[in-house]
Design a protein around this ligand. Structure first.
Ligand SMILES: [Zn+2]
Length: 151
């Protein structure tokens, strides 16, 4: 029997490991997918701009099909957890800003003293928190006027 992989499993497969970064990307990608809805026209393309170069980016390539190869994934590294989504041909950008305090409670004063198992457990707790925290605590969502263009 062939069991189809869930979107989360597909993202983890593609990314190659399970980490808080990809969990953030996954949640942002799913939110964006819901907020953006279907493509307005058949020749419109979804572009994504990420302002942090991180593990999160791989989720947009799988969930939103915004791939590096098609230049649909734009990286402008300002070290801000801001992700913008835009359908070409429209004048609207969906901007998702991840709450940077989200993971503060997991910060350890001296992370180097943690054993590999403790580190792994902490990672799993962070991922669980990222995926289940209330949307209002996870991010803010804005719609702004404008366009994204390919690099
Ligand atoms: Zn990762």
């Amino acid at each position: 029997m062939c069991v189809e992989k869930t979107p989360w499993e597909q993202v983890i497969d593609f990314h190659g490991h399970t980490c808080p970064g990809i969990a953030i990307g996954y949640r942002v990608a799913i939110l964006a997918q819901k907020e953006m809805g279907i493509r307005p026209t058949s020749d419109s393309e979804l572009l994504v701009k990420a302002e942090t170069r991180s593990c999160a980016l791989d989720a947009f390539q799988i969930i939103n099909k915004a791939t590096i190869g098609r230049r649909a994934l734009i990286i402008e590294d300002t070290h801000q957890p801001i992700y913008s989504f835009h359908f070409t041909g429209t004048q609207e950008i969906l901007k998702i800003t991840v709450n940077s305090a989200l993971l503060e409670q997991f910060k350890s004063p001296n992370p180097d003293t943690l054993s590999p198992r403790e580190k792994q457990n902490r990672n799993l707790e962070m991922i669980q928190h990222i995926l289940t925290t209330a949307e209002k605590d996870f991010c803010t969502i804005e719609r702004v006027h404008g366009e994204l263009t390919k690099e």
